[in-house]
Design a protein around this ligand. Structure first.
Ligand SMILES: NC(=O)C1=CN([C@@H]2O[C@H](COP(=O)(O)OP(=O)(O)OC[C@H]3O[C@@H](n4cnc5c(N)ncnc54)[C@H](OP(=O)(O)O)[C@@H]3O)[C@@H](O)[C@H]2O)[C@@H](O)CC1
Ligand SMILES: Nc1ncnc2c1ncn2[C@@H]1O[C@H](COP(=O)(O)OP(=O)(O)O)[C@@H](O)[C@H]1O
Ligand SMILES: [K+]
Length: 499
């Protein structure tokens, strides 16, 4: 896991590295600027491109000055610099880089404190106005400059963070900032990048290593973590020669209704393709022929038979909800299943809507149960929230209080764990925004639970692999990803991490 630092923790890591490596602050700024420039070159290799670098008075601006010099040294000759120093005081490292820049022939314009900025001619704007030192909302001439840059329609690349954007997650509706196509962020992404409200400030972010002390950083106590490929590689268990279907558990999926049988089939298919030894799908009789035709590997269990089954615990895991409906029968059977001896459970979709109506059933969830709400389902369960910061806080609070795992689905899915940590999944893409994608995730989690993974691991693995399968398809040129195609990719993604 990669822990996500707050601004004050980044400063601590900064101070520790400076004192213990040791490295001077100006050399650290040079290292950060070099790292930025290397990434910039990989994005824009044509040295003839015209670039305007906008620098504030702090260290973010100091980076901007160093970046200007370095780009010049790398052969980018069409460079201009604007300095927006309206009332801040220049930092020492800004001053050093200002002096260094004066020794090379780059046009530098120190902007007057006015709202009349000249038109931006350059193709690219590097935004080094403000970084993590933001301490109040933008206002006055600086705000107008930010609006001027945004209105120019030029591609903006931000240094560390879009100027004006708060870093630690709580982004207000009224917050105004630079809108960057790309952000090149130092050492770690900022927590704010993962919140949906960040969409007004950036499109893509890239993280570059500036050599802060990783041993120190990984020991910092943080609440938010990002899943990495190494986590997946070490958590996934390789298959052994004498494994058999019994090794990989039996997943029971309780889903589907007359008009929503497809959701049940998607979950069952995802369970099969994620590797559960056996998958049984409990559906109304109207779905049986569809199941037998579409998924010969899966077994059917007629819904009315549920009460007569004595040994439900033969199912290693239970996945409930996709396309289920919220009728009285569904409520009755859901109650029966949640009160059964099956201990590993994932609850999705309509089963969550039932829980939102049946408060006492919700209160009785077994510890370790996984729930997978999207935003609307989450709000039905926990009440509406003003913004994602508040919603995330509720997810953490409830995961701890109820000792359950809350998979709050989005572009970056937040997995709130019973220990209070929030694990962020980085994989996935907008091609996956199509109906049925969540049904697939539910089947994958059920499958991993059936295979014996602990609930925390099953949630983390399923979210990452689900998004990764979507990313592989996007890399193959798929702008729209039907859930059935994503399912076909799951075995390959698992293979990439285990074979
Ligand atoms: N992390 C690392 O390891 C490394 C970090 N580095 C870089 O340092 C950056 C952080 O630099 P920083 O601390 O100097 O702050 P920065 O963002 O330049 O702004 C401070 C200035 O802005 C002003 N100001 C604030 N809010 C304002 C507002 N709303 N409107 C107007 N003004 C406002 C504030 O004025 P004040 O209010 O304090 O008078 C002060 O003058 C970081 O993002 C990264 O780029 C690398 O160089 C090396 C390694
Ligand atoms: N823009 C996106 N980027 C990454 N993942 C996405 C995006 N849109 C949707 N997804 C993923 O697709 C799934 C959608 O789930 P859900 O809304 O429950 O779908 P459905 O109810 O149609 O099955 C979630 O896992 C979500 O993370
Ligand atoms: K910036």
């Amino acid at each position: 896991m990669r822990n996500i630092m707050t601004v004050s923790q980044t400063r601590e890591a900064d101070r520790f590295t400076i004192a213990n490596e040791p490295v001077s602050t100006i050399d650290l700024m040079e290292r950060a600027s070099q790292a930025f420039v290397q990434k910039f070159i990989s994005l824009f290799s044509d040295q003839r491109i015209s670039v305007l670098i906008c620098c504030g008075p702090g260290n973010n601006g100091g980076d901007g000055l160093a970046i200007s010099r370095l780009l010049y040294e790398y052969g980018y000759s069409n460079i201009r610099v604007w300095i927006a120093d309206f009332n801040g005081s220049r930092t020492d490292d800004f001053k050093v880089n200002f002096q260094r820049l004066s020794e090379i022939p780059i046009h530098v314009n120190e902007l007057a404190n006015t709202d009349n900025f000249e038109a931006i001619e350059a193709a690219i704007v590097i935004d080094a106005l403000l970084g993590s030192g933001l301490n109040k909302p933008l206002e006055g001439a600086l705000l107008n400059l930010v609006r001027h840059i945004n209105a120019s329609g030029k591609q903006v690349i931000s240094v560390d963070i879009p100027s004006g954007m708060p870093a630690d997650g709580n982004i207000m509706v009224e917050t105004e900032s630079i809108f960057a196509r790309d952000v090149i962020s130092f050492q770690r992404p900022k927590l704010s990048f993962f919140f949906p409200e960040s969409a007004k400030s950036l499109r893509y972010f890239h993280t570059v290593d500036i050599g802060l002390d990783e041993t120190y950083i990984s020991a910092l106590k943080t609440d938010f973590f990002e899943i990495t490929e190494d986590d997946i590689r070490s958590a996934l268990i390789k298959r052994s020669p004498f494994n058999h279907k019994g090794t990989f558990g039996h997943c029971l999926i309780f889903a589907g209704n007359i008009n929503t049988m497809g959701a049940a089939l998607l979950s069952a298919e995802a369970s099969l393709y994620t590797g559960s030894g056996l998958t049984s799908l409990c559906i109304p009789p109207s779905g049986l022929s569809a199941l037998n035709t579409r998924l010969p590997e899966a077994m059917a269990l007629e819904r009315e038979q549920l009460p007569s089954i004595r040994n439900l615990e033969k199912y290693a895991a239970l996945a409930v909800g996709p396309g289920l409906g919220v009728g009285e029968d569904e409520k009755k059977y859901l109650r029966l299943l949640l009160n059964s001896k099956i201990t590993s459970t994932v609850i999705d979709a309509d089963a969550l809507n039932i829980l939102a109506q049946e408060g006492e059933l919700f209160e009785q969830l077994k510890p370790g149960t996984i729930i997978t709400p999207h935003m609307k389902e989450f709000d039905r369960l926990f009440g509406s929230s003003k913004n994602w910061w508040e919603r995330t806080a509720k997810a953490r609070e409830n995961a701890v209080k109820r000792q359950i795992i809350i998979v709050l689905k989005n572009r970056y899915t937040f997995i709130a764990m019973p220990n209070g940590k929030v694990i962020i999944n980085p994989t996935g893409n907008p091609g996956m925004a199509s109906g049925g994608m969540g049904d697939v995730l539910c089947g994958m989690i059920g499958s991993l639970l059936a295979q014996g993974y602990a609930a925390e691991e099953a949630a983390m693995l399923a979210c990452f692999l689900h998004g990764k399968a979507g990313d592989l398809l996007a890399e193959e040129g798929m702008a729209v990803i039907p859930p059935t195609m994503l399912i076909q990719k799951i075995p390959k993604v698992i293979g990439d991490f285990t074979l």
